[in-house]
Unconditional design. Structure first.
Length: 321
């Protein structure tokens, strides 16, 4: 599924801004230079996010844009945060920690929002756990090669200072599952091998992107706005209005999504998902104050939903819309 923003050409905007920046530097116009630099950084950051969360994520291009942003402003908190995330997903945990730390430090003018700060700290915890697990594996490997009593004695002496020696502890609870309104932490094996019930819809977010699964149909890739719109639809027991979906999708994507945009997404989903008419039910309800009819939507009776994602993935609180 393509994003509706595909007609925007950031390359041309980058070229235009760089030309203005060149003129500003030539004229030594510091005010204009600062303004255009900020616009370029924001453009690079938004493109990094686009390629990180596209239908088919391209982390290499995303990384390239974020590095461009940091080349121009090395303390940009969101650019550091998103680049740290890319290193985290690529299992380069030491590098990831350094970028998350810079992101949390922020800059004189900007800082992460509360959600990003929470997630950055969660990522850092996970990085530490992953590094610890690898270190324990290395300890166990080297320990098997220790022969002398002196070496064994020294190892045993310092072993007591290690807080955790069971690497299996780190295999647990890196993912979460939301099913029938209940959330639980699950391990990687259950995440990868989860089996759907016949009448169950699965929304899955992983390193490969965002997808919807249903019965024997091939998984269908989703862009972030479509994913969060579906998330809003399938996580309610009653009908949900388009305005409520707008709030959920805007919250999930971190940017404002209009009512009309929600209608476009739903129209596109009804075309792209061959089973849409089978699993989705629509109706009109009256606005409690104006008594005007409002379009509303929900998962059809007889079907249930499951959400699978990583522990650190942000999902809006659908219960308080």
């Amino acid at each position: 599924m393509r994003d509706f923003d595909d007609d925007i050409h950031p390359f041309m905007e980058e070229k235009r801004l760089k030309e203005i920046l060149g003129v500003a530097r030539k004229q030594r116009d510091k005010t204009l230079e600062k303004e255009i630099t900020k616009k370029l950084v924001n453009l690079f950051v938004s493109q990094g996010e686009y390629f990180k969360m596209a239908d088919k994520p391209d982390p290499k291009i995303a990384k390239r844009y974020l590095e461009k942003a940091l080349h121009m402003q090395e303390d940009h908190p969101v650019a550091n945060y998103r680049l740290g995330y890319l290193y985290y997903r690529n299992r380069e945990y030491t590098k990831a920690i350094s970028f998350f730390e810079k992101a949390l430090d922020g800059s004189l003018e900007e800082e992460l929002n509360d959600t990003q700060r929470m997630l950055a700290n969660m990522f850092m915890v996970n990085c530490g756990i992953k590094i610890a697990k690898e270190a324990i594996q290395e300890i166990n490997f080297i320990e098997d090669s220790v022969y002398t009593e002196l070496e064994i004695d020294r190892i045993e002496r310092y072993k007591n200072e290690i807080l955790v020696l069971d690497e299996e502890i780190f295999n647990k609870m890196f993912y979460r599952k939301i099913e029938n309104g209940t959330e639980e932490k699950i391990g990687e094996y259950e995440f990868i091998n989860f089996k759907l019930n016949r009448n169950q819809v699965l929304l899955k977010r992983s390193d490969h992107g965002m997808e919807i699964h249903f019965q024997d149909f091939e998984p269908i890739s989703l862009n972030p706005k479509a994913f969060y719109t579906l998330y809003g639809i399938v996580t309610t027991t009653g009908f949900r209005t388009y305005r409520e979906l707008q709030e959920i999708t805007s919250n999930g994507c971190g940017q404002e999504v209009s009512d009309d945009y929600i209608r476009q997404i739903i129209r596109r989903l009804s075309i792209d998902l061959p089973y849409w008419g089978h699993i989705i039910e629509t109706t009109s309800i009256l606005h409690p104050e104006t008594r005007r009819p409002l379009a509303a939507i929900k998962l059809a009776d007889g079907f249930s939903a499951c959400i699978l994602c990583r522990v650190e993935d942000y999902l809006p609180d659908y219960r308080h819309v």
